[in-house]
Write a protein that binds this ligand. Structure first.
Ligand SMILES: *Cc1c(COP(=O)(O)O)cnc(C)c1O
Length: 393
């Protein structure tokens, strides 16, 4: 009968959160950050402990490249740190503009448009082009930012079975899609989407095909031009290309590349483009430097391929449960989340950092150790990883 005190009311308000957090812990799904005291590189100091890292997306080793750092420093002397405003106010510098022109040329498209992050680029494109009543089809294992973007758009979004062209075709025959969307290289699996077939299906049904090449740019294709270059697909076959700059490029941000009319429409309408501060100009300038290195230093891609082959053959000899992948993303399937956590902790105790990826990032029952390789790793470091995995698994 007593009216609850103010204190009790506050307690009640937080109780559901406490319960949900406890629940997560019980299911071995609780996520914790590790604190790094060093630059992105194979050898890092994490939570005060030196370790060998196999979990970064800095595939080419450009995040800590001396020339990229030098360019960044020089540009920040000129432009300062913050861009001060959105692109449509006065945050769009000559460095941003030049980078957009270079990215358009790099991807063989009319234009490119910078976004502050890949998550925002995906929100921007899908929400500008799709709305309630449209049908939108996505691969079941697409990145969360693509799936979230589709949800937010209000379109009728369906996920087709992973890499399954027949399943997509059947859906397209039933309801003509406005857009088909796929990761080029799947971020948690490392396998590659069948882009030539997807392009045919999309064209047959008059739909846009949008490809997110976050993990292919810099890594695949001639001059690192990505998964589309790997398959020899042009802007006609894949009209909408999205790429991120925080992975193979080693910097930060993202872009969308395509037709003049697509880019102008995004500038006018994409809310995640319009209502946010432009990335710092010095980041854009540093990215121009990393784009030049990425195109010319093919040895980084060749070395990465050698390390991938070395790791794959070693893992096969040890009978490790590797998922099928030819890219720097080499996941070891564990299944149970608690077991994946335990193995990750055991690796860290032996000086190797590989994070356990658990649901909802991956489907239930498919927790894994997402191992990634970088051109900056050495053969000896890969050997050390194999020996340690062999002893543990
Ligand atoms: C990382 C990633 C993104 C998001 O990019 P950010 O720049 O980190 O926001 C989008 N799509 C895919 C496939 C990714 O792996």
């Amino acid at each position: 009968m007593n009216t609850p005190s103010r204190y009790q009311k506050t307690m009640d308000k937080w109780q559901p959160l406490t319960a949900a957090l406890d629940d997560r812990r019980r299911q071995a799904l609780y996520r914790q950050r590790k604190i790094s005291d060093s630059a992105s590189s194979p050898e890092m100091v994490i939570s005060g402990q030196p370790c060998l890292c196999f979990c970064s997306n800095d595939y080419l080793g450009l995040a800590n490249h001396p020339a990229v750092i030098k360019t960044f420093k020089k540009a920040s002397d000129h432009y300062g740190v913050g861009s001060g405003a959105a692109h449509l106010i006065n945050g769009h510098s000559r460095a941003h503009h030049a980078l957009e022109e270079e990215l358009a040329e790099f991807t063989g498209r009319e234009r490119a448009l910078l976004f502050s992050t890949g998550y925002m680029a995906n929100l921007g494109v899908i929400n500008t082009l799709c709305r309630a009543g449209d049908h939108l089809y996505q691969d079941r294992l697409n990145h969360a930012s693509l799936l979230d973007a589709g949800q937010l758009s209000g379109a009728r979004q369906q996920r087709y079975a992973h890499l399954n062209n027949e399943n997509l075709s059947a859906k397209c025959t039933k309801n003509t899609p406005k857009m088909v969307v796929t990761d080029a290289v799947f971020s948690m699996d490392g396998d590659i989407a069948p882009l030539p077939a997807l392009s045919k299906i999309a064209q047959q049904h008059g739909a846009w095909l949008m490809v997110d090449d976050a993990h292919g740019l810099g890594v695949l294709g001639r001059n690192g031009a990505g998964t589309l270059a790997h398959f020899g697909l042009d802007a006609e076959q894949v009209p909408i290309l999205m790429g991120t700059l925080g992975k193979g490029f080693g910097t930060f941000g993202a872009f969308v590349a395509g037709d003049e009319r697509l880019i102008e429409t995004l500038i006018q309408q994409a809310r995640s483009y319009i209502y946010t501060t432009a990335m710092p100009a010095a980041i854009a300038e540093a990215t121009r430097c990393s784009l030049a290195i990425l195109q010319t230093e093919s040895w980084r891609r060749e070395k990465l391929q050698q390390l991938i082959s070395h790791f794959k053959s070693g893992a096969a000899q040890l009978g490790l449960p590797l998922l099928p992948s030819d890219t720097p993303i080499q996941p070891l399937l564990i299944g149970d989340s608690a077991k994946a956590n335990t193995i990750s902790q055991q690796l860290l105790a032996r000086g190797i950092l590989v994070t356990a990826i658990r649901p909802p990032t991956v489907p239930a029952g498919s927790a894994r150790l997402r191992i990634t390789l970088s051109a900056n790793h050495t053969e000896q470091q890969v050997e050390q990883l194999l020996m340690t995995l062999g002893a543990l698994l």
